[in-house]
Design a protein around this ligand. Structure first.
Ligand code: BJW
Length: 228
């Protein structure tokens, strides 16, 4: 990696799979019996807020029982050691990257440990299970919801991500199916701006053909081998 200076690393559910957090698609995917595309929507939240809140309360509670794995730790080591620009853009809503020590990190699809006020837009740390009728500590409205980017909503920090992709020398995608946009299009953006591209995934993803190089296998093995 001697001639490289600026790295953008996109992570998805496959990075947390070996920590025991289920991926979204494929056997044993998260919303069993439901397609994630059908339930992770603002309409589903409006229709049945209790169900959606209960689901995220369970997911948040489950964070207590999982730990970062070798892939999270390797990326945190890279973050600490890399002298150039580095940005880890995670689609994951768990906090395993930061618990491993990541500092240059963006959660583009939100965070389980955060609450979003649908009225004023303030984002607060989710200290305890907040029922749907909780008041926003900022504006007092009864509008707190999980700080999760649902389908049809704009992911976070897109301007910053686009800028990092435009400057990237290397774009690496780890553990994502490439099924969800705009993240699935980052490889094309990075290539357009001249970056080298590398995919690491358990199996070829929907976007594999966009990458110049690929390594197939579990992230907990591939990522430390790449970093160290
Ligand atoms: C391993 C492994 C191991 C396993 N090691 N690997 C038609 C065409 C194009 C786009 C659209 C369209 N219709 C609608 C859209 C837009 C839509 C979209 O993309 N829909 C698709 C379904 C087609 N996107 C949106 O609505 C987004 N917003 C948007 O587009 O705004 C407008 C906009 C315009 C212009 C610029 C920017 C924006 C919002 C998307 C929000 C996604 N939210 C979710 C919900 C989280 C809820 C929750 O956590 O409960 O985010 S969906 C879900 O999918 C989650 C994930 O972050 C996301 C991606 O999933 P990921 O991480 O790839 O997981 P999997 O399970 O799919 O794949 C795991 C991979 O790991 C697999 O490949 C395994 O093989 C691998 N793996 N174990 C390595 N050990």
């Amino acid at each position: 990696m001697a001639s490289l200076r600026n790295l953008v690393i996109l992570t998805g559910a496959g990075v947390s799979a070996e920590s025991g957090i289920a991926t979204f698609r494929g056997p044993g995917g998260l919303w069993e019996g439901h397609r994630v595309e059908d339930v992770c929507t603002p309409e589903a939240l409006a229709r049945d807020p209790e169900l959606v809140h209960r689901f995220y309360d369970l997911r948040r509670a489950a964070l207590e029982t999982v730990q970062p794995n070798a892939a999270h730790h390797a990326l945190a080591r890279l973050d600490a050691a890399w002298p150039g620009e580095l940005l880890v853009v995670t689609q994951n809503v768990d906090d395993l990257h930061e618990r491993a020590g990541a500092t240059r990190l963006l959660h583009m699809h939100g965070e389980l440990r955060s609450a979003l006020c649908a009225a004023c837009g303030v984002r607060e740390r989710w200290e305890e299970a907040l029922p749907p009728e909780s008041e926003c500590p900022n504006c007092g409205m009864l509008a707190l919801r999980p700080d999760i980017v649902f389908f049809g909503e704009m992911p976070y920090a897109m301007e910053r991500i686009e800028a990092a992709l435009a400057d990237a020398d290397l774009f690496v995608s780890i553990g994502t199916s490439g099924a969800v946009y705009p993240a699935a299009g980052f490889v094309q953006t990075a290539r357009h701006h001249g970056a080298a591209t590398l995919e690491m995934n358990l199996e070829p993803s929907g976007g594999s053909h966009w990458f110049e190089a690929s390594r197939m296998g579990p992230a907990g093995t591939l990522v430390p081998a790449w970093v160290d």
